[in-house]
Ligand binder design. Structure first.
Ligand SMILES: *Cc1c(COP(=O)(O)O)cnc(C)c1O
Length: 416
């Protein structure tokens, strides 16, 4: 018997792809958490039982994901505004909690204004396609996040004649060459944009923003920084990589002579711990155009109010308690030292991301499996996510981790 569906090319093709992933050890098995995100989490095992493991792979950098005040603010928001916005922003989906959150984000980032999205993925989908025009050139660091890459691709499709380029990771000499070529290219008639992650998620390294600013000024290029892994982590008060480099207006160490970043995107779902959501922050003129023309908010529901209320509270806590940022820095330094003392190779950086290089992809996968048995939840990343031979365990620290947690992790590593 043949059913109508048996002839779909999709069927055999998809089965092949899935089988290939399984065979290559790249098939992702989703781990099921049965309680809140925290320094330890409850993880469901094959038998259906939950057990507590130390979580070393979340983006919960400041431990705010389950902070009582953040949870309470969400509950209050749910009660006050109900569950759904039931509208996009420009029809009837803008609530005063959005206004409050966007004011808080602007104050936190040291920018004139901000505008929120349901995710930073959405923010990156909006920013290039809305602000870019034909004749512009967008140059992107080769290790930028997937949402930036896809956002630029989308922009080049929507705005015909918008050019795109890539520069070698954190290589300002290469970027200079690309900028010189652009200025000599008669097709590049509009704005040049340089785009970078603030903190790069696989290496844990950072973009040299003062040097980028100087270089871009020579070529009249605007800088966009996606600091999703930098918020709550970088700078004395956790505002991000720009604060780390004394480039955040409103932060105690601001040095106006270094110049500023033109535009930011960021997430509310990592260090800022509000649950989820993303934003664009910068000059009013830019966010105003996004409000008018950004398709992801013109045609998609607003950030849920309960999430907006939680996110607002989380940022208030970051600004109120800079000691959380210091605690994260201290526990990260402790972890790096202990892991090195145990004989492992850790990539150094000022961030809370500690990649332990182990070599082969299969080694990384086997090690993360064994660590889970020992009660430590860590993810192994291999080729093609990172270069061949540089497979790694990526440990991410949280201000909520104690030295006891780290000691247990290091003991488990020693047992491998
Ligand atoms: C995590 C991340 C994102 C995606 O953020 P969401 O809010 O989860 O969509 C975007 N950009 C960078 C650099 C990220 O690290």
């Amino acid at each position: 018997m043949t059913s109508a569906t048996s002839t779909y090319p999709f069927n055999a093709r998809t089965d092949d792809i899935l089988a290939g992933l399984e065979k290559g050890g790249q098939y992702k098995h989703l781990q099921m958490l049965t309680g809140p995100m925290g320094p330890t989490v409850m993880l469901r095992d094959a038998s259906g039982e939950s057990r507590e493991v130390i979580c070393m792979c979340s983006n919960n950098y400041l431990g705010l994901a389950n902070h009582p005040e953040v949870v309470e603010a969400g509950i209050e928001g749910l009660k006050k505004y109900g569950a759904g916005t039931a509208s996009v922003r420009f029809i009837c989906g803008t609530f005063d909690c959005h206004e409050t959150l966007e004011t808080t984000i602007a104050r936190y980032m040291g920018t004139q204004s901000s505008y929120t999205f349901v995710s930073c993925w959405n923010a990156n989908e909006a920013i290039f396609a809305t602000l870019g025009e034909s004749g512009d050139l967008i140059i992107s660091d080769e290790l930028n996040h997937a949402s930036i890459i896809d956002g630029i691709r989308l922009a080049a499709v929507i705005k015909k004649g918008l050019h795109k380029g890539v520069y070698k990771h954190n290589d300002l000499d290469d970027l200079r060459k690309k900028l010189e070529a652009a200025r000599a290219n008669p097709d590049v008639t509009g704005q040049i944009w340089v785009v970078t992650d603030g903190v790069f998620s696989m290496e844990g390294d950072i973009a040299d923003l003062p040097a980028l600013r100087k270089l871009c000024d020579e070529f009249d290029a605007m800088i966009i920084v996606d600091d999703s892994h930098g918020h709550g982590v970088m700078g004395a008060t956790g505002r991000g990589t720009h604060e780390h480099f004394n480039m955040c207006p409103g932060a105690p160490n601001f040095d106006a002579s270094l110049g500023e970043v033109d535009l930011f995107t960021g997430t509310l779902g990592k260090g800022l711990g509000g649950g989820a959501g993303g934003f664009i922050a910068g000059r009013k003129r830019a966010t105003e155009l996004i409000v008018q023309r950004g398709r992801p908010t013109l045609f998609s529901n607003a950030l849920p109010c309960t999430v907006a209320c939680s996110a607002n509270k989380a940022i208030e806590i970051v600004l109120r308690e800079p000691e959380r940022v210091k605690a994260l820095r201290d526990i990260t330094t402790y972890a790096r030292t202990e892991i090195k003392n145990a004989g492992f190779e850790v990539i150094d950086s000022p961030t809370a991301i500690c990649p332990i290089i182990v070599g082969e992809t299969s080694t990384a996968i086997a090690m993360s499996k064994k660590l889970l048995e020992l009660g430590v939840f860590v993810i192994g990343f291999g080729y093609p996510v990172v270069p061949e031979g540089e497979a790694r365990l990526r440990l991410q620290l949280s201000a909520a981790h104690t030295t006891e947690h780290v000691d247990q992790v290091v003991d488990a590593l020693k047992k491998l």
